[in-house]
Design a binder for this molecule. Structure first.
Ligand SMILES: [Zn+2]
Length: 326
């Protein structure tokens, strides 16, 4: 089945074999040494371990060439799964700060990989450059906003994102950079309602003008937030296995997904950080099909929603729609 994925992190999608290669090449000392140990270390244990793995993975990226390599690998993996369009979150500021790679070089490397994937597989790619909550100063957050405003419209950089840990870092702290990009006509795609409650979703929508919400699974705790999402036609990017790993739900059968759909919300399915959560988009569809008895029509609907919400040209949207409609 052709698929569209709107919620996955480029740095959270590095395959263990690629990470091992980058660690060796860049002499980054990581706890695992063999591919077997990498596979095991990469597996989700708890949130602090996840943060350690994510940051260590980011540290292994030390040049534009490395960014090119992870993007080529990632897009090959998407093509293998018949994912015809992907929008990934990417934390450019980390690589600027830790490895000194200029933003334009980072985006140039991703663009080369995206162009090659289009030529080889006919798949398209967009990047949501995000601010990581709690990881940057106000000035650094504004730097990201400025990069995104300047690059937007280049066919690759499609939105400003907000990722990271919600609870101690509310959306209200990031109003200035999001207002800045809004004035430049750039959409906002915000993680909210994962570790934070429905008020975090409301803030993402009302204060940051989010057009899509990453996760949003706690929306049902407040009917007024459900109404707000429906009024504005906001799509929730739901990542079931990620939610299970982080502890948002204890088992797939207890996940909010069917209730979000019953409430009339628009939902699409993503993987978040697939190798770390030991999943793929195909696995996500298999899991929800098994847990909730979803058939092919149901699964296609998640992709139709994704196509509607994708930040693509209208001509590309029509192509994607036509491909799903087969
Ligand atoms: Zn995410």
């Amino acid at each position: 089945m052709p698929k569209v994925e709107l919620h996955v992190h480029l740095e959270g999608a590095i395959r263990p074999a690629t990470l091992m290669h980058l660690a060796a090449k860049n002499r980054v000392n990581l706890p695992p040494k063999t591919l077997e140990e990498f596979d095991k270390w990469y597996e989700f244990v708890d949130f602090p371990h996840f943060a350690q793995v994510f940051q260590a993975s980011s540290r292994c990226i030390q040049s534009a060439e490395d960014i090119h390599r992870i993007t080529v690998d990632f897009l090959d993996g998407q093509a293998e799964q018949n994912i015809i369009h992907t929008e990934a979150t990417y934390t450019a500021f980390t690589h600027y700060k830790t490895a000194g790679i200029p933003f334009d070089e980072q985006i140039g490397a991703i663009r080369d990989a995206a162009n090659a994937a289009y030529s080889r597989h006919g798949i398209t790619f967009g990047v949501i450059v995000d601010i990581a909550r709690g990881m940057v100063s106000d000035a650094e957050a504004m730097q990201t906003a400025q990069w995104v405003a300047d690059a937007h419209g280049d066919g690759l950089v499609i939105a400003l994102g907000l990722g990271g840990y919600e609870k101690p870092h509310p959306a209200e702290n990031y109003v200035t950079p999001f207002e800045f990009v809004r004035d430049a006509g750039v959409p906002a795609v915000v993680h909210a309602g994962e570790t934070g409650g429905p008020q975090s979703i409301r803030a993402a929508v009302e204060q940051l003008n989010a057009i899509r919400v990453g996760h949003g699974v706690t929306a049902l705790e407040d009917p007024s937030v459900v109404s707000l999402l429906k009024e504005r036609g906001i799509v929730l990017e739901v990542c079931p296995t990620s939610n299970l790993c982080i502890g948002v739900a204890d088992r797939i059968e207890n996940h909010a997904l069917p209730h979000l759909i019953e409430a009339g919300l628009k939902i699409t399915i993503g993987t978040d950080d697939p190798p770390i959560f030991n999943t793929t988009l195909v696995d996500e569809y298999q899991k929800i099909a098994d847990a909730f008895g979803y058939g092919r029509d149901h699964l296609i609907e998640f992709n139709r929603v994704a196509v509607e919400a994708a930040l693509v040209s209208e001509s590309r949207r029509a192509e994607l729609q036509a491909t799903l409609g087969d």
